[in-house]
Ligand binder design. Structure first.
Ligand code: VAH
Length: 318
């Protein structure tokens, strides 16, 4: 059995469905602090109410289902974390410790835990950021991801736990609205575009950020987790990349499909967070160790996003 913690989030809701396609719905338990909103997620397999800070419930679930794999995705993201620093640190770190310790106790075979380009900071080389380089994150979220990477490598080296991790760029998908990320403007922009509304962007027009379309993020996660253990040379977290773009570039891509789309720029506190992150990432280690290769560029993502959002809008209109 597979456990997905944070299964109702932006990544979790799509990863749970992908895992259920592979392992069978009944064999993938979706766990979160709130039940699924999407029908396909709710109807495709078991759901359990889990707060990752509650070790008693985690232990009971592990005894009940005998998990072979755990995907621990629950976290407070960058922008929200700056509003609640102490809670973000507690949830992100204690949640990870609970999952790492549970996995050791229950002999879980493989654990997945997402890191982020947020582990990099103002002192990090911003172009083609190397796999091993300066990491001086200045958000609580980034600090928790940097510390979490160290602990994952520690549990692998000291206890032999097969825990694997990817430093995701900003993730964009049409199924679940994201919560509290600095890159989430790139999801909201598509929703506003199909509504024919002017988009108010909270980042400045030239803010280049590494980004990835959800199908690529799912492929990378599953390719990493299905690779033979001896191929996994990086045990803190792999750099991962697909594309980089700025708000004005994604707006231009949208205008290829919606010519009268309008955008205005009103940078807020999230501009400082974005300015501390890399503009592009060197993911050659992931390419070499487990054959990583993205499929979507900006225009392919825009075409797919707009087509699916329009379809969902039409379905909901009936
Ligand atoms: C965030 N979407 O914005 C997340 C991600 C690289 C960004 O970590 O916080």
């Amino acid at each position: 059995t597979v456990l997905v913690i944070g299964a109702c989030g932006q990544l979790g809701s799509e990863l749970t469905l992908a895992l259920r396609d592979i392992y069978g719905g009944a064999n993938v338990v979706a766990a979160d602090v709130a039940p699924p909103k999407q029908d396909d997620l709710r109807d495709s397999g078991p759901f359990e109410h889990v707060n990752v800070l509650d070790t008693k419930v985690l232990g009971e679930l592990a005894a009940k289902y005998k998990f072979k794999q755990i995907y621990h995705l629950a976290a407070v993201l960058s922008a929200t974390g700056e509003k609640n620093p102490k809670f973000a640190w507690r949830l992100n770190m204690e949640g990870l410790f609970n999952v790492l310790d549970l996995s050791l106790e229950q002999q879980v075979e493989r654990v997945y835990w997402p890191s982020s380009i947020a582990v990099f900071g103002p002192g990090t080389p911003r172009h083609n950021t190397p796999q091993h380089t300066i990491m001086d994150p200045n958000t609580v979220y980034g600090i928790s991801k940097q510390a979490g990477e160290r602990w994952c490598e520690y549990y692998f080296q000291k206890h032999g736990l097969d825990v694997r991790s990817l430093r995701y760029p900003g993730l964009i998908g049409y199924k679940a609205l994201p919560g509290g990320g600095t890159t989430d403007y790139a999801v909201d922009i598509y929703h506003k575009a199909i509504e024919g509304e002017t988009f108010e962007c909270f980042l400045s027009e030239d803010t280049q950020l590494p980004m990835m379309y959800m199908p690529d993020a799912l492929k990378a996660t599953l390719d990493l987790m299905h690779a033979p253990a001896e191929n996994i040379k990086v045990r803190d977290s792999y750099n991962l990349s697909a594309m980089s773009f700025s708000p004005e570039e994604i707006a231009a891509s949208i205008r290829k499909y919606i010519p009268d789309f309008k955008i205005v720029y009103k940078p807020d506190a999230r501009q400082q967070i974005a300015a501390s992150w890399p503009q592009s990432i060197d993911d050659s280690a992931a390419q070499q160790d487990w054959g990583w290769k993205p499929a979507y560029n900006l225009d392919a993502m825009t075409a797919d996003m707009l087509q699916n959002l329009k379809r969902l809008k039409a379905e909901q209109a009936v």
